[in-house]
Design a protein around this ligand. Structure first.
Ligand code: AMP
Ligand code: GLY
Length: 431
């Protein structure tokens, strides 16, 4: 079959890399793709949000299956539009993509289906929001309702910061219409974990648990980013906790929606805080995580095309559990100096050939492009340097050994990706 993957990040490279291993796939196209994806797929210069352009391309080229990486095309209704034209497209409808594109919608859904989440209140008026902050005190969390390129959440320790966040979102419209309403919620404490499942609307299969590293600096300090690294499996998610997450969070959402005649198809990603009282949802995303996909997909043995097709066709009930490699996988993000603020582009990346020759290492490209036969930087997160190994320690060593061979001017990466998992493994061995 001919497959079109939409997007241009590390997640999309991981998707293309995995799909290319399927014996069922004859050709992969990627729109718009990046410098690394060009090795496995033919790049198409159409933006991920250009739904009509993508549709015309898909029809002209007889695309059999469309896999959507990022949230924006899903929020714009790409699945509804393509399915109406008879093109199989993986992901939720526009209506259900609101679980990510409207935090208010998502919170109301959780309330309705009694899914544990932070206590919250929704505001449409900035003065009322500020008064509420004054009565509640800090720490407190302010969230723009709509999509905000991962920058719409402010975890405020001080009152002034919280009030400033409300002004930025509502009065100064920093995120445009995404700030027409906002959510103020209780600040939760604990460790975060990402639980992703693939659903067909009635049944679902679980992907392996993973953990992201959202903050820019080691020890989870500094501002939030799109994600600076990930690992899978996540030892903090024990089998017992995993069952609890399924019973209290994933199943009530998917079954609750189905009971109302709404069928969630695609990847459902629950971003969780593992609190003392149990797992609570921070947010839902309606797609694979980035960089979680880079740490999960290399471990997946099952053919991804089969899983995706079963999701679209409603056949996951008889699919059985997915199969996984036992090795751990660690993805370290190499970012442009200055990210998540301003950074330079167009800098040559060195050492990629040397890393290519290493075993158990995959370099997923994110912000890169090919220029005069050279790979140069083209975004904030540049590469996802990924190692697979027996146990987390080996995977960490494989990934960082590869990181040490790659360079570009100003390259920045966290030095502690996987450290928490390793500490937990060591503590368990001692017990
Ligand atoms: P979100 O986009 O809603 O996942 O938020 C981005 C990040 O902000 C999360 O990964 C957390 O690190 C943090 N965050 C969001 N909501 C809360 C909360 N209620 N309490 C503490 N931290 C939060
Ligand atoms: N890694 C966080 C996200 O994909 O939203």
């Amino acid at each position: 079959m001919q497959v079109l993957v939409i997007g241009s990040g590390g997640r999309e490279h991981a998707l293309v890399w995995k799909l290319a291993q399927s014996p069922r796939v004859k050709k992969i196209w990627c729109a718009p793709g990046n410098g690394g994806i060009a090795r496995h797929a033919e790049l198409v210069p159409i933006k991920a949000e250009d739904i009509e352009g993508l549709l015309k391309f898909s029809k002209d080229n007889k695309i059999d299956l469309v896999v959507v990486g990022p949230e924006r095309p899903l929020a714009l209704g790409i699945v509804d539009r393509f399915q109406a034209e008879g093109i199989k497209t993986f992901g939720p409808t526009r209506e259900l993509a609101r679980m990510e594109s409207s935090k208010a919608f998502s919170k109301e859904l959780m309330k309705k289906f009694k899914v544990p989440t932070a206590e919250f209140k929704i505001f449409k008026d900035s003065q009322q929001a500020k008064d509420y902050i004054r009565t509640k005190g800090t720490p407190i969390v302010i969230k723009a309702d709509g999509l905000a390129f991962g920058k719409g959440v402010i975890v405020a320790k001080e009152k002034e910061e919280a009030l400033g966040a409300v002004s930025n979102i509502m009065d100064f419209k920093l995120f445009g219409n995404s700030g027409d309403s906002l959510i103020i919620e209780e600040c939760l404490e604990g460790e975060e974990a990402s639980i992703l499942v693939v659903s067909d609307g009635r049944d679902y299969v679980c992907l392996a648990p993973s953990q992201d590293h959202k903050r820019i600096y080691d020890d989870d300090k500094g501002p939030n980013t799109g994600g600076m690294g990930a690992y899978s499996p996540a030892p903090i998610v024990t089998d017992e906790l995993f069952s609890r997450i399924n019973e209290e969070i994933i199943s009530p959402i998917i079954k609750g929606l189905a009971d109302e005649g709404q069928f969630y198809r695609g990847v459902l990603y629950a971003g969780l805080m593992l609190t003392k009282e149990g797992p609570k949802v921070l947010e839902f995303n309606v797609r694979f995580g980035d960089p979680e996909a880079q740490a999960i997909l290399p471990r997946l043995k099952t053919d991804l095309v089969d899983v995706i097709e079963a999701s679209i066709d409603g056949n996951l009930g008889s699919f059985g559990a997915l199969e996984w490699r036992q090795e751990s996988c660690v993805c370290v993000v190499a970012a442009s100096g200055g990210y998540p603020g301003d950074y330079k582009k167009g800098l040559e990346i060195r050492g990629l050939e040397e890393v290519d020759a290493l075993r158990d290492v995959i370099v997923f490209h994110a912000g890169t492009r090919l220029e005069d036969g050279k790979i140069v930087t083209d975004g904030g997160r540049v590469l996802g340097i990924t190692g697979l190994g027996e146990g987390i320690e080996n995977a960490i060593n494989k990934a960082y050994n590869a990181v040490s061979k790659v360079s570009f001017e100003g390259m920045y990466y966290r030095k502690d990706i996987g450290a928490k998992a390793l500490a937990l493994e060591h503590a368990r061995i001692k017990v």
